[in-house]
Structure formats: structure tokens, C-alpha cells
Write a protein that binds this ligand. Structure first.
Ligand code: GLN
Ligand code: ZN
Length: 755
């Protein structure tokens, strides 16, 4: 029977047990021992589940209190020197200080794990980082797993991926220079694992799916040749995209097996089959570890059957990548629409799918006929369901033309019309959308959800919040107001709940970073907007003031990026459907008298494909989807967008192609340095570079913001500058929000005099 295995299980727990244990420890409510116990319980439960599912190996090395990269730094003693911690005797509290910062040091930097929504802590290396193995914790986990009597296959992040994702904080130091020293530690680790009776070790090198420079690729082959000689059999794993370009030389490495992602890149199978040496295992990552759809088992069996005939025991089956990117189990989704639930598979269900595939190959399809039939029936239903296919939506998408994606006039002409129509001062002040989500707001929403307060009472309370936010902004003297988003739980969920084609899980939590989890909505069908989503509330907010009220929407790319998306049509097509829904909302807001509309796209950059060759096509359709959502309005209506991240350089042409009249961005933490790229690129439209960081309660002074405004005005002509914070204020309290905005308005006033 083909062996079945995984490279990681969601460690956060079906009910987010790890999150609650962590937060309780951080608050000082429980001792370290309690946290250790909860973690051990979770691991034991997850192994039990793997055992029950018939996996041939239990997975170890996939657990981390906060982050797997942080644990890897601990494993190899590569801690950021600035904390002054001793890796040999580091306490739990110190580990969390690395992740979350302490009084003396800011936290390690955090960034996205490849193209997922998981964030890892970026290892900080200096020229004299000294690597020293501290494997006790990993060994303890392997021993605990082995105590079940099952074989254990630890997963390790590979040395090249580790170094590639790390950053060098010594200027000019090439982190690849650390490879020999790091390799020595991996060798010691592998030798020790062999001594402990571990037969197979999986080494994950997802960096292989990126465009690596030649010196890295050369180092790769050398390093893994050395590691393969250490004792345990090595399963070298890649995922998140094709590594077909490297298949030939990878197959010449003396490793014992290769794992490849056949969910994301099924086409790479042919080349791998052609080059796979006669001794090596091929682990076929057929089950999608990144999405939640029930698998088309029969279609995959048709591909696997000849492969199984050719490879026999050397064929293994697995999810494409770690299951940490999907929720734990459908068992908790008792209130989800039954038909749609039948189309899904979370981590636990994916384990079942693996076993069914393996049995079908081993004993023949007849042995698992009812399981295969059930999967086929669910798929057939999904394909034909009127809830998935909406003829009206499809006709509209097909009818889109270049004109649908273009404003009436070019920016220069619009700017003249808008400046007449809007009559704003130079350096207009505004905010990004949300105001503090106070405990009262959250409690009202929870009570409404539980059915304890009526829809009308809830609406009235939210209107009162909006009125309060408007009054405060008027008192502060802001030029363009927002309604404050009190009625929105989350910027994607709020819209998803109002669109057809979206479904929400009750417990579909996925770890985002540390103890933070998200519950991505699921797009299962054609997106249709049955009625206006924000018009009533925005109209109400506008009725309270004579200043301009900014309509506030989430853009199509962000709606797409922060959801589980359909696998039965390209992402691009789903983006167009979302764009049409938002376009209708934009048109109705304009009709309701709203003159300024912001369409947020904070996830625009996240959608970038890993491979450079595919990025241009993405940027093209993503910018077009945005333009479609933004273009039904007259020249006089001003479209804003908002993005908050630090890398714009490589996507500036696409940002310009979005053609928003105004873009607000996060710039305060880089002290306006980010703006230089916009200046050099000659970005043509208006820009609001954030003048203060909203991530901290600290209130910046007028002078501080003036310094930033001076810098901004040196790069972008003042007639194209706006004044605003970095991002929304929903995580802040009112006291610091009002003080900071008051200073911001004053800074703008003083800056206008200097112009
Ligand atoms: N309008 C949103 C807010 O202010 C934007 C959030 C974001 O950029 N992530 O909260
Ligand atoms: Zn933002």
C-alpha cells in the first residue's frame, strides 16, 4: 500500500486551544507548566488523530508555541543578538519576548510565509551569528510521538529555505556565507536522529519554488548531498509551486525521496517521473493543503494508478503542503448549509481522503467504492448547482470591455473637475476608515448575533456610534470624514455576508501568526450582490454633516485574497465577479450623493505569484479588477484606495494602472522613505502618505508630523498630497485617537502656511 503522510497538522487546535493557553500565560493567569500541558495535550490529540486516520508516520517538528521559524532559530541557537538571550537556557517568557518584543527591544520582524496568509518571524543573522544545536525540545516531541508505537517522521525547515528567509543585519554580509556552519549543525542533528531510530526525516525546501540566484542553487545541491549521508533517509520536499525547472538535478541528489506539490502544479509530474532515479520515493502531494475543497478522488486515481504501477512501494501520498493553512475539522460546522458543507474537506477530512486514495490503489477501487461514489456525487452536485452557477453574473462578466475598466477621462482632467466640485483645502485631512471598535460596539454585535437584541436595536446603536464619530471628526476639523465602520466586524466578512456565493464557517480557524487566527470566508459560487450593502449607513452618515463623507468599501483583490477561493475557475474570474458587485455598490453610493469613495486594497500585493514570470499577468488582471470596481462613476466623483505594507517598488506600475484618484499608504514607520519610490517613479495621482503609526497608542506631536510632511512635500508636489494616519483606527481607543488626530489637523494647518 502506498504510504501516506503529512508534513504538518494545524497546531492551533480545533477550538483554538493553543491560542487561549498562550494568551492566558501571557496575561500571567496561568504558569508555564499549564501552557506546556495544554500543548502536550494538543500534540497527543493530533497524533491520535493521525494514527486513527491510518497515516504511516506520525508527524513531529510541526508544533511551535508561536512560530515554526522561531523554533528553528531556537533549534540552531540563531537568536537575534540584540536581546542578549542564551539559547541554551532560554525560558518560555524569553521566547515570547523574541516574538512579541519586551521593554528593551522591539519584536523580531514578521512577514508572510511565501504566498500564504501565515506570518513567520524573520531570523536575524549577523556576520558572527554562531549556530549551536539545541534539539532537546524537538527530541522530547519525537519521543512522545514514538511512545505511541508508530514510526515518526520529523519535518525540518531546510537550511537553504531558512537562510533565504532570514535577513542579514550586518550591512553587506551575505547570509549564504553561513551555510557551511549551519550545515554542520544539521548534520549533527540528523546523525542524532538516526541514533534515536528515526528512519525518515522530511526536509522542507519550499524556497525551491522561488526564482533563486545561481549561487544559491549551487549551494543547495552541495548541502543536500552532504545531509543525505548523515544516516536517516531524507525526503526532500518542495511546495507552493512547481520545481520542474530543477527536477533533473534534484533527482541526481543522493536523497531517498522527493515530495512535490501536485495540487498547485500537477503538470510537473511528467518531468519528475522522467528523472526519478530507480531507488527514490516520490511523494505525490495531491491533496490541496491550501484550500478546503473536497477532492476529486476518481480524477486523481486516474493519474495515480499508472504511477503506482510504475513505482509500486516507492509512491507515497500526501497533502501538497503542511495542513496548518486549513482549519482542523468539518465536525464543528454543525450550522453550515448542508449542501455546501458536503463540498468541503478540512484537515481531518483530508486525512481520510489520503487513506481512501491509498486503499484504492492497493486493493482496487471496488474496495472503497462507496467512498469514491460519495466524493464523485458531491462533486457532480457542486458542478451543477444553481447556487454555484449564476447565468446573470456570467453574462455580465462576459460582456466586460476595456471601457468597463476605464474612467471617462484621464486623471489630469478628473483632478480639475474634482477640485472644482469638492472645494477641499490644500493638504486635505482624512482618516482611513475605521474608528475605535469599543467594547460596547463588540458587545452589541455579539448580543445581536446571539439573538439577544433585535436587528433594529442593533442598527440604532450603530447609528448612534456613527453620529458620535461624525461629531468628533467635525470637532477635530477633519476635511473628509468617514462613518467609522462601527457596524463592520471585519472588512471582508462584512461584505461577504451580504454577497451571494460566500459561505462562512463557525470554527474554520487558521493561524495567522502567534495566537492570532483568522476565519477566512469561503467563496463557493458566482458572486452576486442582491442589494446595496453600505448605501443606507453612508447616506445616514452624510446626512449628519456638510463636509464630504467618504464611502468605504473593500476591493475585489482583497476580498479574493482573504477568502478561500473556488478551485473550479481561475482566481482572475472570481476577481472580476467581485469587481462587478463592488462596482454596483460604487454606482449606488454615487447616486446617493456620496462624492468620495474609498475602495481598500490592503491585500493587493499579497496576491503576487511566487515566480517572477507570472507576476506581470497577475498585476495586470488585479489592477483591471480594481478599475472595473472603480469606474462606473463620473469624473467628479473621487475614488480613493488604501494599502498598508512596505514594499511598493516592484509594483508601482500596477498601482499607477489602478488609476485611483487618491491612494493612502503606510509610510510613517519608514519615516517617509517609502514615498521616494513614488517620487522616482513619477507617480501621477494624489497620495496620502501616513503621518503616524496607528499600531501603538503613542500620540505623535505636531512637530513630528510636520517633519514627515516636509519630507513628503520634498518628494511629491504639495498639490497632490493628503494628510492622514497610516491605517484604520479600529484597534485604538478614543482618547489617543482624538489627541493624535487633533495634532494631525494642526500639523496640516501649519504646513499649509509654509507652502
Ligand atoms: N478601511 C479599513 C480600516 O480603516 C482599512 C483596513 C486595512 O487597511 N487593513 O479599518
Ligand atoms: Zn491599512
Amino acid at each position: 500500500m502506498p504510504r501516506i503522510h503529512i508534513s504538518g497538522f494545524p497546531r492551533i487546535g480545533a477550538q483554538r486551544e493553543l491560542k487561549f493557553a498562550l494568551e492566558s500565560f501571557w496575561q500571567g493567569a496561568t504558569p508555564a507548566a499549564a501552557l506546556e500541558n495544554s500543548a502536550a495535550d494538543l500534540r497527543a490529540r493530533h497524533w491520535e488523530q493521525q494514527q486513527r486516520a491510518g497515516l504511516d508516520f506520525l508527524c513531529a517538528g510541526d508544533f511551535a508555541f508561536y512560530d515554526q521559524m522561531l523554533d528553528h532559530c531556537l533549534l540552531f541557537g540563531a537568536l537575534p543578538a540584540r536581546f542578549g538571550f542564551d539559547a541554551a537556557q532560554i525560558t518560555l517568557a524569553e521566547q515570547f519576548a523574541l516574538a512579541r518584543g519586551n521593554a528593551a527591544q522591539p519584536a523580531m520582524e514578521m512577514t508572510k510565509w511565501f504566498d500564504t496568509n501565515y506570518h513567520y518571524l524573520v531570523p536575524e543573522l549577523t556576520a558572527d551569528t554562531h549556530f549551536a544545536l539545541h534539539p532537546e525540545r524537538l527530541f522530547a516531541q519525537i519521543d512522545a510521538a514514538a511512545a505511541t508505537g508508530q514510526p515518526v517522521k520529523p519535518t525540518l525547515i531546510g537550511p537553504l529555505t531558512f537562510l533565504w528567509l532570514a535577513k542579514s543585519v550586518t550591512p553587506g554580509f551575505d547570509r549564504l556565507a553561513h551555510l557551511p556552519a549551519l550545515r554542520t549543525q544539521y548534520q549533527m542533528l540528523l546523525q542524532e536522529l538516526a541514533r534515536r531510530g528515526v528512519e525518515w526525516v522530511q526536509i522542507d525546501e519550499p524556497a525551491l519554488a522561488l526564482d533563486l540566484p545561481p549561487d544559491w542553487l549551487a549551494a543547495f545541491a552541495q548541502c543536500h548531498t552532504a545531509l543525505a549521508a548523515c544516516g536517516p533517509k531524507i525526503l526532500l520536499a518542495s511546495y507552493f509551486d512547481s520545481v520542474a525547472a530543477h527536477a533533473e538535478w534534484l533527482c541526481r541528489l543522493p536523497v531517498h525521496g522527493h515530495h512535490i506539490d501536485l495540487a498547485r502544479a500537477p503538470e510537473q509530474l511528467t518531468i519528475w517521473q522522467a528523472h526519478l532515479p530507480a531507488h527514490a520515493v516520490l511523494s505525490a502531494g495531491v491533496i490541496d493543503g491550501r484550500n478546503i475543497w473536497r477532492h476529486d478522488l476518481r480524477a486523481t486515481l486516474a493519474v495515480l494508478a499508472p504511477l503506482h504501477a510504475a513505482l509500486g512501494e516507492r509512491l507515497w501520498l500526501a497533502p501538497s503542503c503542511s495542513l496548518q493553512h486549513v482549519p482542523v475539522s468539518l465536525a464543528a460546522e454543525t450550522s453550515m448549509d448542508g449542501e455546501i458543507r458536503g463540498w468541503l474537506a478540512f484537515a481531518s477530512e483530508k486525512l481520510d481522503e489520503l487513506r481512501i486514495l491509498a486503499r484504492a490503489l492497493d486493493e482496487g477501487s471496488e474496495a472503497v467504492r462507496s467512498e469514491l461514489d460519495a466524493a464523485s456525487a458531491a462533486l457532480a452536485k457542486r458542478r451543477a448547482s444553481y447556487r454555484v452557477l449564476n447565468a446573470v453574473v456570467r453574462r455580465r462578466v462576459a460582456a466586460l470591455t476595456e471601457v468597463s475598466a476605464r474612467r471617462h477621462s484621464p486623471f489630469a482632467a478628473r483632478q480639475a473637475v474634482q477640485s472644482q466640485a469638492l472645494q477641499l483645502p490644500a493638504l486635505p485631512t482624512t482618516s482611513i476608515g475605521s474608528f475605535p471598535q469599543t467594547p460596547e460596539i463588540r458587545q452589541a454585535r455579539a448580543a445581536h448575533k446571539r439573538g439577544e437584541i433585535s436587528a433594529l436595536d442593533y442598527l440604532q446603536q450603530m447609528r448612534a456610534e456613527v453620529a458620535d464619530a461624525v461629531a468628533r471628526q467635525e470637532a477635530l476639523g477633519l476635511d473628509v470624514l468617514v462613518h467609522g465602520e462601527a457596524e463592520r466586524n471585519d472588512m471582508v466578512e462584512f461584505f461577504g455576508e451580504r454577497l451571494w456565493g460566500y459561505v462562512f464557517s463557525a470554527n474554520g480557524w487558521v493561524q495567522s501568526y502567534g495566537s492570532r487566527c483568522v476565519k477566512p470566508p469561503i467563496i463557493y459560487g458566482d458572486i452576486h450582490r442582491p442589494e446595496a450593502m453600505t448605501v443606507e449607513m453612508t447616506r445616514y452618515a452624510q446626512s449628519l454633516t456638510r463636509r464630504h463623507m467618504k464611502g468605504m468599501l473593500t476591493g475585489p483583490v482583497t476580498m479574493l485574497q482573504w477568502s478561500f477561493v473556488r478551485d473550479d475557475q481561475p482566481r482572475e474570474k472570481t476577481a472580476l465577479q467581485l469587481a462587478l458587485a463592488i462596482r454596483d455598490e460604487v454606482a449606488e453610493l454615487e447616486k446617493a450623493g456620496i462624492r468620495i469613495i474609498q475602495i481598500d486594497e490592503p491585500a493587493f500585493r499579497e496576491g503576487l505569484p511566487l515566480k517572477r514570470a507570472e507576476q506581470a499577468a497577475y498585476l495586470d488582471w488585479a489592477a483591471r479588477a480594481f478599475r472595473i470596481s472603480a469606474s462606473p462613476v463620473s469624473d467628479a466623483t473621487q475614488i480613493h484606495t488604501h494599502m498598508c505594507y512596505s514594499e511598493f517598488n516592484d509594483i508601482l506600475p500596477a498601482i499607477a494602472a489602478m488609476d485611483a484618484d487618491v491612494i493612502t499608504i503606510e509610510t510613517s514607520r519608514s519615516r517617509m522613505e517609502l514615498l521616494d519610490a513614488f517620487g522616482e517613479f513619477d507617480y501621477p495621482n494624489e497620495i496620502g502618505p501616513g503621518v503616524y503609526d496607528i499600531h501603538s497608542p503613542r500620540v505623535p506631536s505636531v512637530e513630528e508630523m510636520l517633519v514627515l510632511l516636509e519630507r513628503a512635500a520634498a518628494v511629491i508636489p504639495a498639490e497632490r498630497l493628503w494628510v492622514n494616519p497610516d491605517c484604520g483606527l479600529k484597534t485604538r481607543g478614543w482618547p489617543e485617537t482624538e489627541l493624535a488626530l487633533c495634532n494631525m489637523v494642526e500639523a496640516a494647518r501649519q504646513m499649509r502656511v509654509r507652502l
